[in-house]
Design a protein around this ligand. Sequence first.
Ligand code: DGL
Length: 272
Amino acid sequence: MQQPIGVFDSGYGGLTVLKEIVQQLPQYDYLYLGDNARSPYGTRSFDTVYHYTLQCVQWFFSQGCELVILACNTASAKALRTIQQNDLAAIGADKRVLGVIRPTTETIGNYSRSGAVGILGTNGTVQSMSYPIEIAKFFPGLRVYQQACPLWVPLIENNEYNTEGADYFVAKYLGELMMQSPDIDTLLLACTHYPLLLPRMTRFIPPGVEVISQGTIVARSLTDYLRRHPAMAERCSKNGQLAFYTTDSVTDFDNHAAVFFGKPVQSVHLAL
Ligand code: DGL
């Protein structure tokens, strides 16, 4: 693997995105990094998320990546713009770093008939206001309601996502969001971990409300990006290979990752 596409997350969540990307673009090579040793990112400051993410992007570049996808909403919200505007010129002027918020906000308005959407995300993503700000650019009339779900990532990371215990917090955050407006007909899972909670969510979601996960949206957008940027597509290597790295225990990563990725994963440890 010489020039794989880098896919980054604070932990496991980005694997739900990588899974869809590999399905749509199986010919490329992919290098996944989960910064599990320092996750969750959702509760950390702008500065901390920026420094952690930049360090990981530099690692991807040192491994030959020409293109890196931040498959983490928190990193996309708190670090992407600064990296693109301030750091890229110095660390890799011809390289590109893309996030998951832009492709999602470009399309989210197409799902809603009522003109009201709900965003479920980490504290960091919600507080950054990235979704309401970006959505306003593409769908100015769309009403956007947000709900932070701080307990969802810990439930998922601790393997409690498919239990009755999880139901309390699933119902709580969904209820708090739906209470903000009875018009909400589209819920966006704006955290790449959340698709794992989907089976528990369905019983608390009012009829007629559609739930959107980001994996397919991001995969479609990457396909389109590579079509519009043939020089970049050319530079990315195509042997259909995958490699996984984690900054924490490989045993834990491999046990958890299979659930997120949908098939067995063998990771390598990376000390940052
Ligand atoms: N998967 C990350 C996201 O999409 C959140 C997990 C975390 O808090 O580290 O925002």
